[in-house]
Ligand binder design. Structure first.
Ligand code: ADP
Ligand code: MG
Length: 636
């Protein structure tokens, strides 16, 4: 049995796969020998000679591998059991059975290697969606160049109906673009100058002029494909356990079979009967289907998710996703759109515009959604920004810096409580704005409060639906947020989440996740990937949303949703559960086969031919069942 340590790429039709081709030749030769002998056209000796030719052909790959593994790694694998069974059958004069064993085992092996290789490389078909040529724009002239010669900074043109060759930023034109190859999201996205576009997206009605940001080899699509392939190679705990089991169990079978032959021999019992049972045991007890029970299901499952814009970065993460009990959501940017707008400006000293200018100056280098809201507001009001020195982000609280020679802070009320600022003059304003579900941010320092700014974010479409869906799957839902409790409760009420933990700093989110794990089991943390990185890492599984275009988010998470379609969370959890179910079915089924066949083999009720047939059919069944996870039926 192949252990799939290294990927084997194979492009041809199934019957040209080397192990399969050889097995088929063996099958043909053995059938001819068997047929002619039964018609009486050849004698027994010629028949045996034909079998003797057929066996090394069919065993060419796996027999050599079995022997190399034994000598070089001192490992007894299933293939060695089959070598022993072939030799044993021959020694008993059952050359026909030996040849058919080599044929069926080789064919099952070949088919399994072939499907595994196809499963692993199915994700490559995404690459075919990116065009091989690009319309390079240089000094006002257009030339057609191979897409892989584009370098960051090059400009290219995309006409209506064409696909985009590589990642870039729109410089001119407007259009809508289908980004489904990268994000799995089939609703077109409107694009304007300044926005990112991804390789393999399909441009709809308008022409776009795009500046390249990543070459063909390392654009987002290439990265996805690479990560999926890496993930398919990495095994989860259950799979590692099965591999270890297989390594210890096969020598046991070989020993048992040897004893079955040696003990009666030492006791002077009739040999043929017991040695026949020894050979049957070798075949019947080989755990082929068991070893096969997970790899195909996992690789096909990871591949199917990848084709739908969901990166699962390893077999272990897919296993974890399959047993999630609690989903912990970050609020800002996850349950809400993370695109808040400024609703209230309350200046205590000076004018509203002075307050806005100071707030925006403090936030100009910040990546936080609230900072972006302030910057947008400033642009509308056409206010010029004072400059800032010594900017510092205070994750989960706010930011600080020096403006016009004075040190200022911007951030939530708790930040100012810790600073010791007197908030009595603004407390009632803060309370009433928070009652209305707004996020209140203060601007000031230890000595004074300059004013406050309130923001309103919008709940993500479908957030309510996904909460209901997860709940119907028996999953508990928790909101973990750095925002204030009143606002968090307001959002929770709308979405139907009653477990709300607010005013958490990043490290407190980590503690909250750990507590959930202790009390309830496997926790999926869903966040925006950057300021939630510690909590994502602490959870059983960490998922980043809207990860396309932000490498940091792809890196921080175990699972990355390329799109920001929150409904995908339910889909991927159902998918993972089904992968888990199918793997379990395979494991139970293959154990049942072993438990049934072994006593039959020992009792002498099973012939070599029957053992071979049942054994190979059960292996093929496990492979076929595992392949079902590749259909991705849980993704809409
Ligand atoms: P969430 O957990 O909801 O994603 P964060 O942990 O990013 O929120 O921030 C928690 C709170 O800290 C915000 O609601 C805001 O009040 C304050 N805050 C954080 N960063 C900033 C910032 N750059 N400017 C202003 N306020 C901030
Ligand atoms: Mg957030």
């Amino acid at each position: 049995m192949t252990q799939h340590n290294e990927p084997a790429g194979f492009d041809g039709p199934w019957w040209r796969h080397p192990s399969m081709r050889n097995a088929l030749i063996t099958g043909a030769l053995a059938s001819i020998a068997f047929g002619l002998a039964h018609l009486g056209s050849i004698d027994r000796q010629t028949e045996i000679v034909l079998y003797l030719v057929a066996i090394p052909v069919g065993g060419w790959y796996w027999m050599r591998e079995a022997i190399t593994k034994l000598i070089a790694e001192r490992e007894i694998g299933i293939d060695l059991l089959m070598v022993a069974a072939t030799a044993g059958s021959g020694a008993l004069g059952l050359w026909g059975e030996a040849a058919f064993l080599v044929f069926l085992y080789g064919a099952a092996e070949g088919l399994e290697e072939y499907t595994y290789a196809r499963t692993r490389y199915a994700i490559r078909t995404l690459l075919d969606l990116a065009p091989k040529e690009a319309h390079l724009m240089h000094e006002g002239r257009e030339t057609v160049v191979p897409a892989d010669t584009l370098r960051p900074g090059d400009r290219f043109l995309v006409r209506p109906g064409e696909s985009i060759p590589t990642d870039g930023i729109v410089m001119a034109g407007a259009s809508s673009v289908d980004e489904s190859p990268v994000t799995g999201e089939s609703n077109p996205v409107d694009k304007q100058p300044g926005m990112k576009v991804f390789a393999a997206s399909i441009n709809h009605q308008g022409a776009l002029e795009v500046e390249t940001t990543a070459s063909y080899q390392d654009n987002t699509l290439a990265k996805i494909i690479h990560l999926v392939e890496q993930a398919q190679d990495s095994k989860g705990r259950a799979q590692q356990w099965i591999d270890r089991f297989g390594r210890r169990y096969s020598p046991l079978v070989l020993t048992a079979s040897a004893l079955l032959f040696l003990v009666p021999w030492a006791l002077g019992q009739p040999l043929t009967d017991w040695s026949l049972r020894a050979v049957v045991l070798l075949v019947a007890a080989a755990p082929c289907a068991l070893i096969m029970s997970m790899p195909v299901a996992m690789a096909a499952g990871i591949g199917a998710a990848g084709r739908h814009g969901i990166l699962i970065k390893g077999g272990a993460h897919l296993e974890h996703l399959g047993r999630i009990r609690v989903v912990a959501f970050d609020k800002t940017g996850t349950l809400t759109l993370g695109r808040p707008s400024v609703t209230d400006i309350v200046a205590i000293h000076g004018s509203d515009n002075e307050l806005l200018a100071l707030a925006a100056a403090l936030e100009q280098f910040s990546e936080h959604p609230l900072a972006r809201a302030l910057t947008n507001r400033i642009k509308k009001e056409r206010i010029t920004l004072p400059s800032i020195q010594e900017f510092e982000a205070l994750p989960g609280s706010g930011a600080k810096g020096i403006v016009d020679g004075t040190g200022w802070y911007i951030g939530n009320p708790n930040l100012f409580r810790r600073l010791g600022t007197d908030l009595s003059s603004v407390q009632s304003r803060i309370d009433s704005l928070q009652e209305h579900g707004r996020t209140v941010v203060l601007v000031g320092n230890q000595a004074q409060i300059r004013g406050l700014v309130a923001f309103q974010d919008h709940i993500r479409p479908n957030a309510e639906a996904v909460v209901a869906q997860l709940r119907s799957m028996g999953i508990d839902i928790v909101m973990l947020t750095g925002d204030n409790l009143r606002n968090a409760r307001a959002v929770g009420r709308i979405l139907g989440i009653d477990m709300v933990r607010a005013e958490l700093k990043p490290e407190q989110k980590v503690r909250a996740v750990r507590e959930l794990q202790l009390r309830q089991g496997a926790v999926l943390m869903v966040g925006d990937g950057i300021n939630d990185a510690p909590a994502l890492a602490a959870a059983t599984c960490g998922m980043a949303m809207g990860a396309a275009g932000t490498d940091a988010a792809i890196e921080a998470a175990d699972v990355a949703l390329m799109s920001d379609d929150i409904m995908r969370i339910g889909d991927v959890l159902r998918h993972a559960r089904s992968v888990r179910r199918i793997s379990t079915q395979n494991i139970v089924f293959s154990l049942l086969v072993l438990v049934t066949l072994i006593p039959l083999a020992l009792s002498g009720a099973l012939s070599v031919a029957a053992a071979v047939l049942v054994h190979e059919v059960s292996e093929l069944f496990a492979v076929a069942n595992g392949l079902r996870t590749g259909f991705g039926t849980h993704f809409r």
